[in-house]
Design a protein around this ligand. Structure first.
Ligand code: CA
Ligand code: CA
Length: 270
């Protein structure tokens, strides 16, 4: 095939291949989490994430917390949250991101998602130090990550101090709180309350406590303080890159020819 014909052909083939990948619904997404609070502020346990159909709902404001969200809010480990999500939505993509996320820290993980059947994003993480505070979305349909065409529709989610929940499941007690040096987790006692918005308690009594993060908590958040960001970025799949390669090589070839031509004309006598 003549080069002048080959270049547009290869570009068209690469574009067609990419269009096919998009329509198939498979999407590889890199998720990055960031603790936005200043040094000596609150930390977070690993983030539990799920990409699903929007039917798994792990808690409701004003209602008693079930074992799913308690496993996140009191323990951080989230084993019941993950198991309940898997039972409710066997085809969802789930996982966790990072370890303890200290002030100013970030962490990333990549997930393969069916953007057509699992367009909704759900998350939950324990706030540290605390007895039963957490961040998470009450409505499983609050964040539709992919549009009907399977394209990423949300680039980031920001959580503010005013978004922090108290699960209402464990009595407030720094001596039994996670992430407080010297605390005894087995001393937890039932609060018998309901899930509500509350971050003030984290500061009024946890400030001055030595944390497992190696710093003494000195938090000064207000309702509008940004505390956490979750960012999403589409990652080209390896097979897409392989299909794109001939097109990219063709573009490089055109560039080289142009540089040669302009170099030649620069040398040409006027
Ligand atoms: Ca809910
Ligand atoms: Ca509580």
């Amino acid at each position: 095939m003549h080069e002048r014909l080959a270049i547009p052909f290869r570009l068209a083939a690469a574009a067609a291949a990419l269009a096919f990948c998009a329509s198939a619904g498979a999407a590889q997404i890199q998720v990055t989490i960031e603790n936005l609070v200043p040094a000596t502020g609150i930390s977070f346990a690993p983030l539990h994430v799920g990409f699903g159909s929007g039917s798994f709902d792990s808690f409701n404001i004003g209602q008693a917390a079930g074992p799913e969200i308690v496993s996140v809010a009191e323990l951080g480990g989230g084993s019941e949250w993950q198991a309940a999500f898997a039972a409710a939505e066997p085809n969802a993509t789930r996982g966790t991101i990072g370890g303890a996320l200290l002030p100013g820290a970030s962490s990333s993980a990549t997930f393969m998602v069916d953007a057509t059947s699992n367009p909704f994003f759900t998350f939950a993480a324990m706030v540290l130090p605390s007895n039963d505070h957490f961040i998470g979305n009450d409505s499983p349909m609050q964040y539709r990550l992919f549009n009907a065409a399977g394209q990423l529709a949300i680039t980031s989610i920001v959580q503010y101090a005013g978004d922090i929940w108290d699960a209402g499941s464990e009595t407030f007690d720094p001596a039994a709180a996670a992430f407080v040096v010297g605390s005894v987790a087995t001393d937890r006692s039932a609060e018998n309350g309901v899930v509500g918005v509350d971050f003030a308690k984290l500061q009024t009594a946890f400030n001055g406590q030595e944390t497992a993060g190696g710093y003494v908590l000195n938090s000064a958040l207000t309702t509008g303080s940004e505390v956490y960001r979750i960012s999403f970025q589409a990652v080209p799949e390896p097979e897409s890159l392989a299909l794109m390669l001939p097109g990219l090589l063709a573009i490089g070839w055109v560039g080289r020819q142009r540089r040669k031509q302009s170099a030649g004309s620069a040398l040409s006598p006027v």
